[in-house]
Design a protein around this ligand. Structure first.
Ligand code: HEC
Ligand code: HEC
Length: 480
């Protein structure tokens, strides 16, 4: 993969990681006084190590990528994928790319709380403007390990292993199971953003999803550099076959394989380095995997979760329903300001307001949290879990930019069917919350920090279209 082994990268990084995370942190990283360590160290380490072992968290998932893939990452294909990811040629309107909503400057998350797709101002950052869509773009970092994709898990590997298509990949209509011919779930996913009218395709082109993909493939095929790069990888293209959308999707997936960043202090700790975490992070970890906070009930690490901290199932947490002032998406409900979530997949009103448990690696690098970015502070997102009633009472959309301060959706219908674990406030102290926030920072791979990803932005792309402007500066978030 062209990156160092986890152990060689470990040396010298333990100190920088806290400096890096502090840039985007709301929560404190407490000073680690020697008294603290001596008094609490062995007990904390025994408690946390036992919990990590019980939850099959061995800190070695990153090295499993190529094992699960059954081959090495193809550097040439990943390079074409990187160029395509940043190239506006994949957008029929030529004003968006994958990176427009999954920007390296925000750790491949969305720069805004609810995506802005077509008709944008070509800025990727706080200054991005245009009509908003429905949800926030989650980071594509580590998505290679997710058995279900999207906020409602609607793209699924039926074997619950994204690397194994033997039971098929299930997508909603019109794709259905037709993408099961591809090797990895991410290659299937790459078929969908380009045909979304609000995300990349725009409203002018006449034709169905297949027509859109054919049009994009022929535009890519007409660019000599793409032809040459694909020809070096696929003999059939070298022999004269046109580039089809399958090849484009495979390239995009291959690039995303190189975006695995799953070597965080929690992994160094799980591999035996007890100095990798602060005492506060250790206490937070014990809380996370304990019954008082019960985070582990949904943010699981074992088995098919691939140590990603998610059960990849959908649950209703009653997240505030924010509404853009201007949108080109279809919101739900009588007020046109709700998102029914997993109900759209299952058809069951009992699944209304449910969203996929979000994997938590690198969460501290995100500019916003939850499916709609309703929170811009990590601590607020955690408090939402531990006392939903107080958090909803105190919630104000004035923490968001004006373009997201439309009339909010109702709260009571969500609370009427909120998940049982959210129905009772948890018995946690302020110190406990601080420790949970600190533990979230222990899940940050220093190589997932925006500054370490800037070098992935190409100097230019083969279409010759100018790149979007990636703004690495962020103003400090205002917390509730
Ligand atoms: C207009 C913004 C936008 C663009 C452009 C865009 N995405 Fe996304 N992406 C999203 C949103 C929003 C979601 C979540 C949607 C949902 O859950 O309904 C998402 C989800 C994903 C996911 C699933 C991640 C997860 O955690 O499940 C992957 C992978 C992904 N996008 C890759 C891509 C690729 C590859 C491209 C370019 C071909 C792309 N995206 C273009 C907004 C965008
Ligand atoms: C009942 C299942 C469940 C439990 C228990 C749970 N979570 Fe979550 N968590 C979720 C779901 C579902 C989401 C996404 C909700 C949404 O976007 O609507 C989420 C989102 C998050 C997020 C925001 C992630 C992001 O990328 O936006 C954080 C942080 C988080 N959880 C931390 C915790 C912590 C810490 C605990 C323990 C105090 C916890 N969770 C307990 C289900 C759960």
């Amino acid at each position: 993969m062209g990156r160092g082994t986890p152990l060689s990268r470990r040396g010298g990084l333990a100190l920088t990681v806290f400096g890096l995370t502090a840039l985007v942190a709301c929560g404190p990283d407490e000073p680690t006084g020697p008294g603290n360590v001596n008094n609490e160290g062995p007990e904390l380490d025994a408690g946390l190590s036992a919990r990590l072992a019980a939850h099959r968290m061995d800190g070695r998932i990153e090295e499993q990528l190529e094992v699960k893939l059954g081959r090495g990452v193809d550097d040439g294909l990943a390079e074409v994928g990187r160029l395509l990811f940043f190239d506006r040629v994949l957008s029929l309107t030529e004003d968006n790319s994958c990176a427009g909503c999954h920007g390296p400057n925000v750790s491949f998350n969305d720069a805004v709380s609810i995506s802005i797709g077509v008709d944008n101002n070509l800025i990727v950052g706080e200054g991005r403007q245009g009509p908003h869509n429905l949800r926030r773009a989650p980071s594509v970092i580590n998505a290679a390990f997710f058995p279900r994709l999207m906020w409602d898990g609607r793209f699924e590997s039926l074997s619950l292993d994204p690397f194994d298509n033997s039971d098929g990949f299930a997508f909603p209509a019109p794709e259905g199971t037709s993408l099961s011919r591809l090797d990895h779930l991410l290659a299937g996913q790459a078929f969908t953003p380009v045909v979304s009218r609000i995300e990349m395709a725009g409203f002018d082109f006449v034709g169905n999803a297949d027509d859109i993909r054919s049009e994009i493939a022929s535009r890519v095929d007409a660019i000599p550099e793409y032809r040459q790069r694909f020809a070096e990888i696929y003999p059939a293209i070298d022999a004269g076959d046109p580039i089809d959308y399958d090849r484009i999707a495979e390239a995009l997936a291959e690039f995303q394989f190189t975006l695995v960043r799953a070597d965080a202090p929690i992994d160094w700790y799980a591999r035996g380095d007890t100095s990798a975490l602060t005492p506060s992070q250790k206490r937070g970890g014990i809380l996370f995997f304990g019954f008082e906070a019960a985070c582990f009930e949904c943010h699981i690490t074992e088995g098919y979760a691939n140590q990603m901290f998610s059960d990849f199932k959908s649950h209703n947490l009653a997240v505030p329903q924010i509404r853009p002032v201007t949108t080109n998406a279809d919101f739900d409900g009588p007020g046109d300001n709700e998102d029914f979530g997993f109900e759209h997949v299952s058809g069951d009103p009992g699944d209304r307001y449910k969203f996929r448990t979000q994997p938590l690696r690198n969460v501290a690098f995100q500019p916003s949290f939850m499916h709609n970015g309703a929170y811009v502070c990590l601590e607020d997102a955690i408090r939402h879990h531990t006392d939903v009633y107080t958090t909803l009472d105190n919630y104000s959309n004035t923490i968001l930019p004006e373009s997201l301060r439309g009339p909010m959706g109702p709260i009571q219908p969500m609370l009427d069917q909120v998940h049982a674990l959210s129905a009772e406030p948890r018995d946690l102290t302020e110190g406990d919350i601080d420790d949970l926030v600190a533990f979230m920072h222990a899940l940050s791979d220093p190589d997932a920090h925006p500054d370490r990803l800037a070098s992935l932005i190409p100097a230019s792309v083969p279409s010759g279209l100018p790149l979007q402007a990636f703004d690495f500066n962020r103003s400090p978030p205002s917390c509730n």
